[in-house]
Design a protein around this ligand. Structure first.
Ligand code: COA
Length: 157
């Protein structure tokens, strides 16, 4: 199966993404497959070579070493099995090697994302801000970040 079809399966099976969000995820995937300039991709595969999850990130324009994690999803049947954290560690290592400073991940305050917020916190991400009512009434934008490197003179977070 082509990665893109498998990706649709993975995104749908999470049960948290609306069809319009899946469309955006696929747009970023297509753009990332075309050029790694703005959107970069990483897949995680099982021992049979089947795609089990992916991450999409890119440099945040206008920042000194800032990156945004745009998407991360793991097949629902494999949640809690370590694929997501293995992928995050690999992305962070790759970015550190490139001199990246900060990785920002955003999610929603809805209950269905409670495990996602735990996932970020377990991975060393710190909630830095919330934009109340951003996605919808009673649905805040929750902004996490992780310091990947500390620049000279910068206070350790
Ligand atoms: C968030 C997500 C990518 C994590 O991937 P994962 O492979 O399930 O994560 P891991 O197995 O590495 O779990 C690490 C931590 O995530 C949390 N977690 C998230 N979902 C979990 C689940 N279904 N079961 C158990 N732990 C879960 C736990 O805190 C876990 O820590 P622990 O293993 O020390 O208990 C995955 O759950 C997912 O695809 N969620 C739906 C999509 C989503 O919310 N994406 C982010 C959009 S902003």
């Amino acid at each position: 199966m082509h990665h893109r079809e498998r990706l649709v399966e993975i995104l749908e099976a999470t049960g948290v993404f609306a069809p319009s969000e899946i469309d955006v995820a696929l747009e970023l995937f297509d753009e990332g497959m075309r050029s790694a300039e703005s959107y970069e991709l990483m897949g995680v595969f099982d021992e049979h070579g089947a795609l089990q999850g992916y991450a999409c990130w890119g440099p945040t324009p206008g920042t000194d070493g800032g990156y945004d994690l745009y998407w991360i999803a793991v097949d629902a049947r494999a949640h809690g099995g370590g694929y997501g954290s293995a992928m995050m560690r690999a992305v962070e290592e790759l970015l550190r090697g490139r001199g990246a400073r900060l990785l920002v991940a955003e999610t929603s305050s809805r209950d269905v994302y409670a495990q996602t917020r735990d996932f970020y916190e377990r991975g060393g991400y710190v909630e830095r801000a919330r934009v109340r009512g951003f996605y919808a009434v009673d649905d805040d934008r929750v902004i996490f970040s992780k310091q990947l490197a500390v620049r000279a003179g910068e206070e350790t977070p």
